[in-house]
Design a binder for this molecule. Structure first.
Ligand code: HEC
Length: 159
């Protein structure tokens, strides 16, 4: 985009669509928000599990398969915060349950910081999974896993 006017228009429309997305989400029922965050976490967990098994030697290590799982986690990580929108502390419909602790919404800055850490470390994992040695990958996998635990310990009800 060499034309500065086009760049400005692009930035304005990007900002507007973000605003629209936020206000649209504000009207989504809490149950949908809860289902969304659990879905994001389910996808993250789905892809994290086999990576763990490979790191522990429970599954043969396949660099490409591992890198693909790592890329999916890194893609999902920034999506998760939207699933903790204000007002989604509790479900309103019977049958929808949440393991998210109410402290998330009273300590949102800390929660966001923990989410950012997860974001950063899963991004590093996706990068190193492609180029790193097994030991480097294993180390970064451990660091990334630590960011899950760091949040779950404080903000997720133990089952
Ligand atoms: C910043 C906080 C945070 C981080 C980081 C985080 N989680 Fe979670 N996770 C939660 C919370 C809160 C819930 C409970 C959500 C609910 O029940 O509404 C959850 C739920 C889950 C679930 C259950 C989903 C379901 O169907 O109920 C899985 C699986 C999961 N997380 C895996 C992971 C993995 C793996 C990582 C790291 C790679 C991770 N999470 C990182 C906060 C986090």
């Amino acid at each position: 985009m060499e034309n500065p006017m086009r760049k400005i228009l692009f930035l304005v429309s990007a900002a507007l669509s973000t605003l629209l997305a936020v206000s649209a989400n504000a009207q989504v029922k809490s149950d949908k928000v809860i289902e969304y965050r659990q879905s994001v976490m389910t996808v993250v967990g789905w892809n994290f599990g086999p990576m763990g098994a490979m790191m522990k030697g429970e599954k043969p290590y396949d660099k490409d398969v591992f890198a693909r799982h790592a890329a999916i986690v890194a893609y999902m990580a920034p999506l998760a915060i939207e699933g903790f929108a204000p007002g989604s502390e509790k479900a309103t419909e019977v049958g929808v349950e949440t393991a998210a602790k109410p402290e998330i919404w009273t300590k949102m800055d800390d929660f966001k910081t923990k989410m950012e850490k997860f974001n950063t470390e899963s991004g590093k994992l996706a990068a190193i999974a492609k180029t790193g040695t097994f030991d480097e990958i294993k180390k970064q996998f451990g660091t990334t896993g630590g960011t899950c635990k760091n949040c779950h310990d404080d903000y997720r009800v133990k089952k």
